[in-house]
Design a protein around this ligand. Structure first.
Ligand code: FES
Ligand code: FES
Length: 173
């Protein structure tokens, strides 16, 4: 069994130290050590997308990514997007479109959509579908989710590309 070592992770703009085996899945460190529960444990096999975080802006499946891979990289989780008083446009758009049933897939959908909109602020429907095609939703909320991503693109454009604005809000998805 590998020894635990002190690891430094850069998450949502802050530096954290955790003591763990360097090959621990990043998802375990985020959820269990840092109490960031936005990323969800779904399949644990890299297949569903529920655990998605951004590593240097790229959607990454945290259940099959070890701490070793994440060191020295900027990790963004759902908690790093918006706050209750200032939602990220993607979060706001998911609320506006009521794009959830159980909500378990939403972390992955939102993080993947955010990365897409960062790269391509005006994706057409096919581009959104293609980007989200590997994120599974067992509830069949795909139509609303696709609409939400396109609404998020409009909100972002209205905010001049700024991704956070003070808006009244309930709990962010
Ligand atoms: S929990 Fe990571 S891809 Fe399913
Ligand atoms: S809303 Fe339930 S898995 Fe997508």
């Amino acid at each position: 069994m590998a020894a635990s070592v002190s690891l430094t992770l850069h998450v949502n703009g802050a530096t954290h130290r955790v003591v763990a085996d360097i090959d621990t899945p990043l998802l375990y460190l985020l959820r269990n050590d840092l109490e960031l529960n936005g990323p969800k444990f779904g399949c644990g096999l890299g297949e569903c997308g529920a655990c998605t975080v951004l590593l240097d802006g790229t959607p990454t499946r945290a259940c099959v990514t070890t701490a070793r891979v994440a060191l020295e990289r900027e990790i963004t989780t759902l908690e790093g997007l918006g706050t209750r008083g200032a939602l990220h446009p993607v979060q706001q758009a998911f609320i506006d479109e009521q794009a959830a049933q159980c909500g378990y897939c939403l972390n992955g959908m939102i993080m993947t959509a955010k990365a897409l909109l960062d790269r391509n602020p005006h994706p057409d429907a096919e581009a959104v579908r293609r980007e989200l095609s590997r994120n599974l939703c067992r509830c069949g909320t795909h139509v609303e989710i696709l609409r939400a991503v396109q609404r998020a693109a409009v909100l972002l454009a209205e905010r001049g590309g700024h991704d956070v604005a003070a808006v009244p809000a309930g709990d962010p998805p």
